[in-house]
Design a protein around this ligand. Structure first.
Ligand code: UDP
Ligand code: MG
Length: 307
């Protein structure tokens, strides 16, 4: 098998026929042996029925159906686990990543890079979503956890070797692009078009995007914990200075019985800082808890065309 194309699908019934039609055309033009692996991430609409039909028509279309919704990046991981191609293409199932750009990625890939990712010339997403994504990308880049530019997403082609490296990471809270970056293979960007969703609505609302970003951030960096330590130091320093000041004042100048406001302020301040730091620690402990339970990353209900 030359190329596997992995596509996560969550309630994309209106996009699938068009997606398949366009992919089929491109694959024919590529003249390579290709498989398409659709991962149905617990869709509640007709997506699976459509995929079933497609699989019956074309044996190179393979389908994995999850028992429930496990999430975009986990769906991609399941597709990778079942792919056999020497090169693997990752793309979304809503036609935002145009299939017509696959040959461009493949051409560059043949030059010998392990990973060729698509850089969006145009991005048609809501402003707030773009802002959140840009902001987190910037932080990731500053922390050195990612090297790809903010205009790149999932759409990419990867070598078998880099796929295997990625497969060896089994953590459950996963941010695929940063994980791929972590594996450290050679990569390069290629400018491609990015279209608007063909049909339906984005499955990521602002809250879900934030959660993904937080997951990525927390699983790749101790930075928040370090910040907590710095805040701790800072508050301890203030408290210590305050203590000396109060002692001197008491011993040499005497203190009239006042200080109601200052006591309230310091109690609230220390309480707030403590809660903040406990919260940050809790985020990490929660993630440790999830990983320690070692539950499977996903559960498959049905496989079509895959042993
Ligand atoms: N998706 C998924 N599981 C989810 C959410 C999304 O498999 O829980 C799929 C979705 O069907 C699509 C891709 O991931 O093929 C990207 O999702 P979407 O287009 O909603 O995200 P956006 O492009 O708006 O960031
Ligand atoms: Mg989309």
């Amino acid at each position: 098998m030359d190329i596997s194309i992995v596509i996560p699908v969550y309630n994309e019934e209106k996009n699938l026929p068009e997606l398949y039609k366009r992919l089929f055309r491109i694959i024919k033009r590529l003249k390579k042996s290709c498989e398409i692996i659709f991962v149905d991430d617990g869709s509640t609409d007709e997506s699976f029925e459509i995929l079933k039909k497609t699989n019956r028509r074309n044996e190179n279309v393979k389908v994995i159906k999850f028992s429930r919704n496990f999430g975009h990046h986990i769906a991609i991981s399941a597709g990778l686990d079942h792919s056999r191609g020497n090169a693997v293409v990752l793309m979304d199932g809503d036609l935002q990543d145009p299939p017509e750009e696959i040959p461009k990625l493949y051409e560059k890939y043949k030059e010998g890079y392990d990973i060729v990712y698509a850089v969006r010339k145009t991005r048609k997403d809501p402003f707030l979503k773009k802002a959140v994504s840009k902001f987190f990308h910037l932080i990731f880049r500053l922390l050195g956890k990612i090297e790809t530019p903010p205009e790149s997403g999932i759409f990419r082609i990867m070598s078998r070797q880099s796929v295997e490296a990625l497969q060896s990471c089994r953590e459950r809270s996963r941010f695929i692009t940063a994980l791929i970056n972590w594996t450290g293979f050679s990569h390069i960007g290629v400018e491609t078009r990015r279209e608007s969703r063909y049909a339906g609505r984005s499955k990521y609302n602002l809250f879900k995007s934030l959660r993904l970003a937080m997951d990525g951030f927390m699983s790749f960096s101790f930075f928040p914990l370090r910040i907590a330590t710095y805040i701790g130091f800072f508050v301890a320093l203030i408290s210590f200075t305050m203590m000396i000041y109060m002692l001197i004042k008491k011993l040499f100048f005497g203190i009239p019985i006042l200080g109601y406001v200052s006591i309230i302020i310091s109690v609230l301040f220390i309480g707030g800082v403590q809660l903040l730091i406990i919260g940050i620690m809790g985020e990490y402990i929660g993630r440790i808890y999830t990983e320690v339970k070692s539950r499977p990353m996903y559960i498959i209900k049905e496989k079509l065309g895959i042993k």
